[in-house]
Write a protein that binds this ligand. Structure first.
Ligand code: UDP
Ligand code: MG
Length: 142
């Protein structure tokens, strides 16, 4: 198995519900190494850029509105098989479809406000980490 990187974002609903610590604890217990972590407020432009792949979809405007509605917490993660393992940890996009015990099943209200983002491929993991972090903000040791 190869060591991969993936980007998590604790979305604005996660921060508003004061679940930041609880969700990070689950990520750490699942064996992910935190390389970098910050709290930021996305502008509509930045949120739109991050989700550009979804531009034109019916949920795009609402997604951009939601992701810029308050602070969020991007986290750069590393682990063997990080992308798939992280998607398994967070569960399906819609909490109604998410497996029992997954982060979205436990904490998310609906398909739009679903607590957490996870990259969908190793390549996108690298691209998305670089969207939020520069090299000196990614700490390999410890
Ligand atoms: N989303 C939504 N409605 C949909 C599909 C997606 O509001 O029908 C939002 C949701 O917040 C989701 C994000 O858009 O997490 C990105 O969608 P994607 O299909 O990439 O889901 P994910 O990879 O986050 O599971
Ligand atoms: Mg996705």
């Amino acid at each position: 198995m190869v060591i991969e990187r993936t980007l998590a974002i604790l979305k604005p609903d996660c921060v508003r519900k004061k679940l930041t610590g609880e969700v990070i604890a689950r990520i750490e217990k699942a064996g992910f190494k935190i390389l970098g972590l910050k709290k930021i407020r996305l502008t509509k432009e930045t949120a739109g850029g991050f989700y550009a792949v979804h531009k034109g979809r019916p949920f795009y405007d609402g997604l951009v509105e939601f992701m810029s509605s308050g602070p969020c917490v991007p986290i750069a993660l590393e682990k063997e098989n990080a992308v798939t393992d992280f998607r398994t940890l967070i569960g399906a996009t819609d909490p109604k479809d998410a497996a029992v015990g997954t982060i979205r099943k436990l904490y998310a209200d609906n398909k739009g406000e679903n607590i957490i983002h996870g990259s969908d491929s190793a390549e996108n993991g690298r691209i998305e980490i670089n969207f939020f972090f520069c090299t000196r903000e990614l700490i390999e040791t410890g």
